[in-house]
Design a protein around this ligand. Structure first.
Ligand SMILES: C[S@@+](CC[C@H](N)C(=O)[O-])C[C@H]1O[C@@H](n2cnc3c(N)ncnc32)[C@H](O)[C@@H]1O
Length: 208
């Protein structure tokens, strides 16, 4: 899997080189889709209590701008990505925010209240579906170990138009029912599957 991850890194590095700090720079179609996904993912958070937050796959740190706009303030924010240029851009942009840090090494990030992950499992390139599903499960297990209050993650849905999916064997169209069952069985009694926000995508909220 580490070999595949290098290719995934190359893919996202190229997006960032070509499109810079924009939705397209992290592989999204539009800022609307980027925002809609964060709107769903952040439902895991109870903002009434102070919280620390990890973003797994933070790109150039767009979530920080989104949190600012929504006036949501984590007491500590850790962004993690595999693309050095994206992490450098995030560090440069948010250099004056002492409680926000950006990392390439996951070992630097402690157990935190929440973790969110947007779009990190969509591009599988040539990995087979069963191999990618195993990779996803390994990462979800890791998200679970990394958090005390909960985590949320989104996926492209297998309930997309057949023709579109057939054209894109490089993308992973996940089975929401399988993943819901896995989360409910293994992580928490309180799990929500959100599949009602128009784009071809769903969100899992795991509340512990
Ligand atoms: C579709 S982009 C979304 C970026 C950001 N979450 C946003 O919505 O603006 C997915 C990001 O996940 C990163 N990524 C993919 N696999 C990763 C992994 N195993 N560990 C950390 N980051 C990863 C990619 O480099 C890319 O920046």
């Amino acid at each position: 899997m580490s070999h595949d991850l290098n290719r995934i890194r190359d893919f996202f590095n190229e997006q960032f080189e070509n499109h810079g700090e924009s939705a397209a720079g992290v592989g999204w179609n539009s800022a609307y889709a980027q925002d809609t996904r964060f709107e769903q993912l952040l439902k895991v958070i109870n903002p009434a209590e102070p919280f620390s937050l990890i973003e797994f796959g933070c790109g150039y740190g767009y979530l920080v701008d989104y949190l600012d706009r929504r006036e949501i303030k984590p007491k500590r924010f850790y962004g993690l990505d595999i693309v050095p240029a994206s992490i450098d851009a995030a560090k440069a942009k948010f250099t004056n925010r002492a409680d926000y840090s950006f990392h390439l090494d996951p070992e630097e990030i402690p157990i935190s209240d929440y973790l969110v992950a947007s779009g990190v499992f969509n591009v599988k390139l040539t990995a087979s579906n069963p191999d990618w599903t195993r990779y996803v499960i390994d990462q979800l297990d890791r998200f679970n170990r990394w958090t005390t209050k909960g985590f949320s993650v989104n996926f492209l849905t297998k309930y997309s138009d057949y023709e579109r999916m057939a054209e894109r064997p490089d993308l992973y169209y996940a089975d929401p029912c399988f993943l819901f069952d896995y989360c409910k069985t293994n992580y928490a009694r309180n799990v929500a599957l959100l599949h009602d926000y128009e784009i071809y995508d769903f969100t899992l909220i795991v509340r512990k």
